[in-house]
Design a protein around this ligand. Structure first.
Ligand SMILES: Nc1ncnc2c1ncn2[C@@H]1O[C@H](COP(=O)(O)OP(=O)(O)OP(=O)(O)O)[C@@H](O)[C@H]1O
Ligand SMILES: [Mg+2]
Length: 235
């Protein structure tokens, strides 16, 4: 049985439908990438899983339980954590205070403050600095660390590399191997096709709220991905 399974999920923002009949799955400890252009529905999909923009139709099943209509704090307790687009740190709180927000209602598990600092040594040094005073890459590490401190079974990452220097992005992606070792599954929203493919085992491409391609990341060629990403007019 898959850890996460979506079946025919429709998500709306008011009257506007952003996700259409979407089905996908992720196994325990698996990294799955979701790629797609601006407005394809990637963040909406993650928000639907997290219970922030609940699906109007279809089902979200996690660990065998239907979580489609659960509120986000209950979804978090079940073991799903979101690293949101734009990080959403509290700028005036310290690095450590931001991290501890994740630990407040944490499930039992291996991720402690020390484990996060071991994963990202760069932020240990700045643990008492305000989040506003550290670099964008370090802020992203704090956002990932905060999510890990809830001890999730599934980590949802929304465009974690946006606006960061390639060397910092490499460091962050290198940390994924350690995260996977703790059996955490990762759903990775990423606009960089090459990076998404190399970081994941399976991949889904979204176009205008629908899945246009899915498969094993190492079996899909870049031409097919580009076609699915941009649609007919872009290839
Ligand atoms: N809060 C909202 N209210 C109304 N429409 C929204 C809202 N959030 C997203 N949308 C619309 O839903 C569609 C999907 O948006 P979404 O943010 O999920 O796309 P995305 O793939 O994450 O894009 P990006 O790469 O720019 O982050 C778009 O048409 C967007 O304009
Ligand atoms: Mg988005």
């Amino acid at each position: 049985m898959a850890l996460l399974e979506l079946e025919g999920v429709d998500v709306f923002h008011g009257d506007l439908q952003a996700v259409y009949g979407l089905s996908l799955c992720a196994d325990e400890g698996e990294t799955v990438a979701i790629i797609g252009a601006n407005g394809a529905g990637k963040s909406t999909l993650l928000r639907a899983i997290m219970g922030l923009s609940p699906a109007r139709n279809g089902r979200v099943v996690f660990g065998g339980e239907d979580i489609t209509r659960l509120r986000c704090n209950v979804v978090a307790r079940r073991g799903i954590a979101l690293v949101p687009e734009g990080r959403r740190l509290f700028a005036s709180l310290s690095v450590e205070e931001n991290l501890l927000l994740g630990a407040a209602h944490a499930r039992p598990g291996p991720w402690t403050l020390e484990a996060v600092f071991d994963l990202f040594p760069a932020i240990r040094t700045f643990r008492h600095r305000r989040a506003a005073e550290i670099s964008g890459g370090q802020q992203q590490m704090v956002a990932i660390g905060r999510a890990l401190l809830t001890n999730p079974r599934l980590l949802l990452c929304d465009e974690i590399s946006l606006g960061l220097a390639p060397s910092v992005i490499n460091d962050i992606y290198a940390s994924f191997a350690r995260i996977r070792e703790s059996r955490v599954a990762i759903l990775l929203v990423e606009q960089d096709i090459v990076r998404a493919r190399s970081a994941s085992r399976r991949l889904y491409c979204l176009l205008k709220g629908k899945v246009t391609l899915e498969g094993a990341a190492d079996a899909i060629d870049l031409h097919a991905i580009r076609h699915a990403y941009f649609g007919d007019s872009g290839s």
